[in-house]
Design a protein around this ligand. Structure first.
Ligand code: ZN
Length: 220
């Protein structure tokens, strides 16, 4: 057996914490169900309204870690290369995410500049680093110190991660700018498009019920 397949075989499936019966409430109709473990790839549904209660997604921790790692690398690439290049009247301007935030702060819109930094730089970094810190060791049944605290903040920062809103805003504003200047998307723009897809993949790969169960077992 190769080293990679040994590591794969050592990954623990979704464990159920000890301590008797556990319950899961339907978030749609509030019916309380006894929570039983489900096989990988299967999901538990509400007996009353049919809404999915929890899912045991295939290789969830591995997928979340891989997508987060890819997102982190792409984010670093996105910050190193220009986001947009504008050519107008013999002038060429390279725009980066940091440059855009700094320009807004300089030009009298400091709150907007800070908003860009928090929602498109800080929150995505928090989410991806938190995912890697929590999910990577959990694949083998370990929890790093403070993993529960990090997981809590990871989910809190999830709703403030607005890379996709920012990209949409850029595309809409480009419709106006394109009339007065030639605009070319830089490597940074495509990298952030990749970040957006990776983040969606990482968050969608995990069932919160599974994450808390795994943390509880690893810390006990
Ligand atoms: Zn229900």
């Amino acid at each position: 057996m190769s080293k990679a397949s040994k590591m794969w075989a050592a990954m623990v499936p979704w464990p159920k914490p000890a301590g008797g019966r556990r319950y899961s409430a339907c978030h749609f109709c509030d019916t309380l169900h006894e929570a039983h473990p489900v096989e990988e790839g299967a999901s538990a549904v509400c007996q009353r309204c049919g809404v999915v209660l929890y899912q045991n997604r295939w290789a969830s921790m591995a997928r979340a870690s891989a997508f987060s790692l890819a997102g982190l690398i792409l984010m670093s690439v996105g910050h190193l290369f220009p986001f947009l290049t504008m050519d107008a009247a013999a002038m060429r301007m390279n725009l980066s995410l940091w440059g855009a935030a700094a320009a807004l702060m300089r030009e009298g819109a400091p709150i907007l500049g800070m908003g860009i930094l928090i929602f498109t730089v800080l929150a995505p970094y928090l989410l991806t680093c938190g995912m890697i810190y929590v999910c990577l060791p959990l694949m083998w049944g370990h929890a790093l110190p403070g993993a529960r605290f990090v997981a809590k903040w990871m989910y809190r920062s999830e709703q403030w991660n607005m890379v996709e809103v920012f990209l949409l805003g850029v595309l809409v504003s480009l419709l106006k700018i394109a009339k007065v200047a030639d605009v070319t998307f830089g490597v940074g723009f495509w990298a952030f498009t990749g970040v957006m897809l990776c983040m969606a993949g990482a968050v969608a790969g995990i069932d919160r019920e599974e994450l808390w169960d795994r943390l509880e077992v690893a810390e006990s």
